[in-house]
Design a protein around this ligand. Structure first.
Ligand SMILES: *Cc1c(COP(=O)(O)O)cnc(C)c1O
Length: 394
């Protein structure tokens, strides 16, 4: 069957929840992807900030292959070695004491919200904890995560949502303080807003939130699903700010391709959960956690963080050059290898032109190009990307 025929078939059998680009990806190698016709693309999207290690890492692939032959699934009624090792490594990397593995980012958010609510319930002896989240935030598509997502367009058709969520202005501490009352149980923030347009939090804002949460015994939740796992030059973005949350959510690059997420908490909060409070059939299964465990090993052996810090300044520099050169590009924003370029017009045509010329790049909102490449990207790859992108801007 031809690529076009598969795409036609897809449009018949898949639900219409995406306007997909008309290419069918078939194979990956390093930082390059190939479509069904063998056309090569430089990948600056990494499957939405997922494939940190690039495609076809032998050690990673072999670890998964041997786990497939050994044991794929156990359920959480029993222990398994990969989950224990992965949890210990994530705990060490995140500075959090206890880990719960999920199958996705949105489920990690569900768990984080449930844990904050349970903490409130246990302390106050009544339910009804309220959650403050940020405008323009994105936390996922399931009902709980959607309820705290600061984008009306995503929420409205699905109301009534989970109650008790209110929204404040990102990077505006006073706006958060105005929403706090004696029932506030959690504040949720992305240290760098991803889908919302690549807005990094101000240091002052996060420090202020930490202080506020300490004073009022509110659980501080950082959604690090996109900005975590080395993308901004520290294992988790909070470490670059020096502001430690009580709960972290992670997913995307956590498994580098296996569907997995996690929420992780400090002991004083995690202790609110008792057996029976939360669960999952697949979450933390030996297949997914073999991937997680190997990802942490490879981050170390391949010095991923050093590499990110080495190349991300170069990416910023090159993007700034574009801002200075083209008057329709308004601003560069972001941190590390999580960057955005804001245009004064929609970027869709630029994305399509780039794809035509062999560059995969995505947007974040209508006017913003998003750069979330595999973390193993080199300066040469960045030059190649800029070269193709510029040929689409002229
Ligand atoms: C992608 C994302 C999610 C949702 O993760 P899924 O795995 O798609 O459910 C939540 N929060 C942030 C910040 C994200 O980038």
């Amino acid at each position: 069957m031809l690529m076009e025929d598969y795409i036609d078939k897809a449009e018949k059998v898949l639900m219409h929840t995406y306007s997909r680009y008309k290419i069918l990806l078939d194979k990956g190698e390093g930082v390059y992807l190939y479509d069904m016709n063998g056309k090569k693309y430089l990948d600056f999207a990494a499957g939405i900030a997922v494939f940190a290690l690039g495609y076809g890492n032998k050690e990673y692939n072999n670890a998964l292959k041997s786990q497939i032959d050994k044991l794929l699934h156990t359920s959480n009624y029993y222990y398994n070695v990969p989950a224990i090792e992965a949890a210990a490594k994530l705990s060490k990397a995140s500075g959090m004491d206890r880990i719960f593995f999920t199958n996705s980012g949105t489920e990690a958010m569900e768990g984080a919200v449930k844990l904050a609510r349970k903490y409130f319930y246990k302390n106050k002896n009544f339910a009804g904890g309220e959650i403050i989240s940020m405008n323009h935030s994105f936390h996922g598509r399931t009902m709980g995560a959607l309820s705290v997502t600061g984008n009306v367009k995503y929420r409205e058709p699905f109301e009534p949502l989970v109650g008790g969520a209110v929204f404040a202005e990102f990077n505006n501490l006073d706006s958060v303080k105005e929403k706090v009352n004696e029932n506030t149980c959690a504040i949720i923030v992305e240290p760098i807003q991803g889908e919302g347009g690549l807005y990094p939090a101000d240091s002052k804002f996060l420090i202020g939130l930490r202080k506020l949460c300490d004073e009022k015994d509110i659980v501080l939740i950082f959604d690090e699903i996109q900005c975590g796992m080395g993308r901004t030059g520290t294992m988790f973005a909070y470490q670059g700010y020096g502001v430690k949350p009580d709960i972290i959510t992670t997913a995307k690059a956590l498994g580098c391709g296996v569907p997995v997420g996690a929420f992780a908490a400090v002991e004083s909060i995690a202790g609110a959960f008792e057996p029976g409070d939360h669960g999952t059939t697949y979450g933390g299964n030996p297949f997914a956690t073999t991937g997680v465990s190997k990802v942490f090993d490879l981050f170390q052996s391949e010095n991923i963080l050093d590499h990110v810090n080495e190349v991300s300044g170069y990416l910023e520099e090159k993007l700034e050059e574009l801002v200075n050169k083209y008057d329709f590009i308004l601003e560069r924003r972001g941190k590390g290898l999580m960057q955005g370029l804001e245009f004064n017009k929609p970027v869709k045509d630029t994305i399509l032109a780039a794809m035509d010329k062999g560059l995969i790049i995505i947007n974040a909102g209508v006017n913003i190009l998003r750069f979330v490449p595999p973390l193993i990207i080199t300066k040469e790859n960045i030059d190649e990307m800029i070269h193709i992108l510029e040929s689409c801007l002229k």
